[in-house]
Design a protein around this ligand. Structure first.
Ligand code: BG6
Ligand code: MG
Length: 215
């Protein structure tokens, strides 16, 4: 492919915030009186806050009104924000900064494509906003992954055709979003779970520009 832009999901690709999302959702489930496991949590990865709450409530077999759901989502988010407000640059996942610098040094543009409304805060805490030309987060989109909107908006703001972009994603919904947007996708994590991606790697350490151009 003609590689001109790389779009990175944030949670689970650049930082392991999935553990904080899990702890906050689990606390909510504890309060509501049911068990919520790490396995249950897999289905929430890449999914928007309200859609995640719907999945959580269905695990507990609980029905709530729209107003109650708003309160519960805010409660969870307040706990989550407590965790991420203490994040440091040491929590940046291996290989991320090196890859971003290498891409930019050869003129390949970089973007964040995240469903999170807390992406700005996380990037501030870990101090790498300057390594991205464009940041598309949960505030800028109406449709959650697997809808391709977040990545199409990223490509559009970069001024690059989707076919010249590679997306890095750890969530099944995110891989589907990238492919639906006509982009190549590198899955970060488990080969079986992310089998639809063009390439799956455990983390960003072994990614080279040559490997990306061959996608
Ligand atoms: C995604 C996470 O990046 O953002 C999901 O993978 C999360 O787990 C979603 O639900 C929304 O995040 P936030 O911070 O807006 O609640
Ligand atoms: Mg993710």
């Amino acid at each position: 492919m003609e590689l001109k832009g790389c779009i990175f999901d944030l949670d689970g690709v650049i930082v392991d915030t999935a553990k904080y999302h899990f702890l906050a959702w689990k606390r909510l489930a504890d309060e509501l009186g049911f068990e919520f496991t790490e396995e249950n949590n897999e289905a929430l990865k890449g999914v928007s806050r309200m859609a995640s709450l719907e999945i959580l409530l269905s695990v507990g077999g609980i029905k709530k009104s729209t107003a109650e759901k708003e309160l519960l989502a805010t409660r969870k988010n307040n706990w989550y924000v407590e965790f991420i407000s203490k994040m440091t640059p040491e929590e940046i996942l291996p290989g991320s900064v090196e890859l971003l610098r290498r891409l930019r040094s050869v003129g390949i543009h970089t973007a964040i494509g995240s469903a999170s409304k807390n992406a700005g805060m996380i990037l501030d805490r870990i101090g790498i906003s300057q390594l991205f030309d464009v940041i598309v987060d949960g505030h800028k989109i109406a449709h959650a992954k697997p809808d391709p909107e977040v990545f199409l908006k990223g490509a559009e703001e970069l001024g690059i055709a989707p076919s010249c972009c590679v997306v890095f994603e750890d969530a099944v919904a995110g891989v589907e979003a990238a492919l639906a947007g006509g982009m190549k996708c590198v899955g970060i994590g488990d080969k079986n779970r992310l089998s639809k991606a063009d390439l799956v790697v455990p983390d960003l350490t072994d990614i080279t520009i040559e490997k990306l151009r061959k996608l």
